[in-house]
Write a protein that binds this ligand. Structure first.
Ligand code: FE2
Ligand code: FE2
Length: 266
């Protein structure tokens, strides 16, 4: 099974880049399932029904999120209304939505789990490591005869993510990092056939600051006064993703390789 995982999609330019780039990648690599982190897809902050619809039409099947999951207040019920969007499982139990879901692809069931880190992250979340144990011990899920398990670990530090990789190794098909918006060059298969990358990167304005206009972010650093985030809508855009090939008979990943494209959005 060929799964494409796309890093954080940032704003309109990110959505447009996905629409322009994804169909060809799906065709060329015979992709069965496309998962994307959508936490910044609605103008950099959160998600809306319209932005999710746009990305679905572009070919994305399933959405994970992160610390910006609930930033957009225009569509508060979105996590409960859509069964293909999840928020981090170790968020407050009282937060809307679910932290994991099972999707069916070609008669095979894939469990997708969203977790958020705790080191240098805002919020007071439950332990993502223990939350993972709790989810994997859920017998209802095991009864579904899963063919693969994919984890999005949304975290700031490389150490928390690689340790999540080692903790889950041999128990899941892939541990894929998000949040930093910078793709790392450490894609590998861990022991027990678990695909891993510390960060899958982003989709959005390529020559700015993590998808945000650099004039404002630089001024924030120089003045120590937080400037509003502006997202450029045109210019060079980057598309970061990883392709994971899974043996659905035993959960194990055979390969993980980055697929990065650049495109000019006018
Ligand atoms: Fe984030
Ligand atoms: Fe992000």
């Amino acid at each position: 099974m060929n799964i494409l995982f796309i890093g954080d999609i940032v704003g309109k330019i990110g959505r447009e880049t996905v629409a322009r780039v994804l169909p060809e990648i799906k065709r060329d690599h015979k992709i069965d399932l496309v998962i994307a982190n959508a936490e910044n897809s609605a103008h950099g902050a959160g998600i809306t029904g319209d932005t999710i619809k746009e990305l679905e039409e572009a070919g994305v099947n399933f959405f994970t999120t992160g610390d910006h999951a609930f930033d957009n207040k225009k569509h508060p019920g979105i996590f409960d209304e859509h069964d293909n969007i999840i928020r981090p499982a170790n968020y407050s139990r009282r937060a809307p939505g679910r932290g994991y879901a099972v999707v069916t692809v070609k008669d095979k069931k894939i469990l997708i789990i969203s977790l958020i880190g705790r080191v240098f992250m805002s919020g007071n979340h439950e332990c993502p490591f223990h939350k993972l144990d709790e989810i994997l011990a859920n017998t209802d899920l095991l009864d579904k005869k899963l063919s693969g398990i994919i984890i999005d670990i949304h975290a700031e530090t490389t150490s928390e993510k690689i340790n999540m990789g080692h903790y889950a190794a041999g128990r899941v098909s892939a541990v894929l990092g998000t949040h930093t918006h910078i793709m790392t060059a450490d894609n590998k298969i861990l022991s027990g056939g678990t695909a891993y990358i510390t960060d899958a990167g982003m989709v959005g304005a390529a020559e700015e600051s993590l998808g945000i206009a650099k004039e404002g972010t630089l001024k924030t650093f120089l003045t120590q006064i937080k400037q509003p985030h502006v997202i450029p809508e045109k210019g060079l855009a980057i598309f970061n993703s990883v392709l994971i090939v899974i043996n659905s008979k035993n959960y194990q990943a055979k390969t993980i390789k980055p697929i990065t494209k650049f495109i000019n959005i006018k």
